[in-house]
Design a protein around this ligand. Sequence first.
Ligand SMILES: C[S@@+](CC[C@H](N)C(=O)[O-])C[C@H]1O[C@@H](n2cnc3c(N)ncnc32)[C@H](O)[C@@H]1O
Length: 337
Amino acid sequence: MSYPPAEISEEGRSDSPAPSLYSFNSSIDGRTLLRQAYGRILNNQNDTYLLPADNEEHRRLDLQHHIYTISLGSLFPAADLVRRALAPRPGFTPAIIDLGTGSGSWAIDMAREFPHCEVVGIDLAPPRIERELPINCRFEIDDANLGFAHYRGCFDVVHARAISAGIRDYPQFLNEVAQVLRPGGVFIMGDGEMQLYDENRKPLSFAQPGQPGFTWTHRIFFAGYNAMKNRGGSIDAPSMGPTWLRAVNSFTDVGWQKIFIPIGPWHYEDERSKIVAEMLRMNTLSYISGLGPLLLSEGYLPELVQKMQQEATAELQELRIHLYTRWSFAWAVKKPN
Ligand SMILES: C[S@@+](CC[C@H](N)C(=O)[O-])C[C@H]1O[C@@H](n2cnc3c(N)ncnc32)[C@H](O)[C@@H]1O
């Protein structure tokens, strides 16, 4: 196994996006979708996605949400396309859907920034809503792998950030997304690559302990990458996104933006980039601590999982290693009819 190359009146349509399985607000608990295992609540509604879905994970996702937002300088890339798709029009309510909404922070922030729009967040598990839910925002339990026959032509922006590990067939998922969008609507995908980069921004090659360039952080990222891939996740989506988007006939104006962020403030240009690097170190430490169940489920011995977690944590806390991550955003516009 190896890392990917570094560059590499429709029926049922309603005027307003209709709830799929069921909608809920902040008062609803995790229902039957979660289970307690390995001391963390896991999101195991489908076989593919096996990362925690508890408060700790949602706090990590909130931190990651801030990293994305600060790095982009906005809640989304391709700002002109998004703002055009969401422009207020008389007698029309633009609609946004956030697929794999996690803690729900992006959906809530979008509902605040675009109060004239309707925003829906869907996920296998409920969000953690600790602030007031805007009236134009709601959440639903749904599995993006099951398709969106109930949402044909209902949305002007479709957002899918950091969910590729839970998507079994990303090209098929994109065909569904294209049908969910209204003409002129925008799809945005974003994800951090599992590939790590050295201080010269060159992709790291796999190394064994004792070999030049070996780090435990790379080792555990590599183990996580392989485990997610083995479970059928579309983990190569960050590098394949533009290619897959161009293959969808009804998409046009495909774009791509990539952002390098150091894990920890071993390199920074100003106070802002120092803070983002520090935030990413905290995010990475939390991500590593949540990888246990996934790695154990793949047959890694508990002692090795613990060693990888402890050693990688020490490397990052002591800032002994100088690594970059790369975050990729890709987008496309639905062609006019
Ligand atoms: C890493 S989190 C990202 C959350 C959010 N998009 C963000 O950027 O903060 C991935 C989320 O996708 C959800 N997810 C994974 N596979 C999914 C699927 N097939 N359908 C719906 N949600 C899914 C997970 O439950 C999890 O909350």
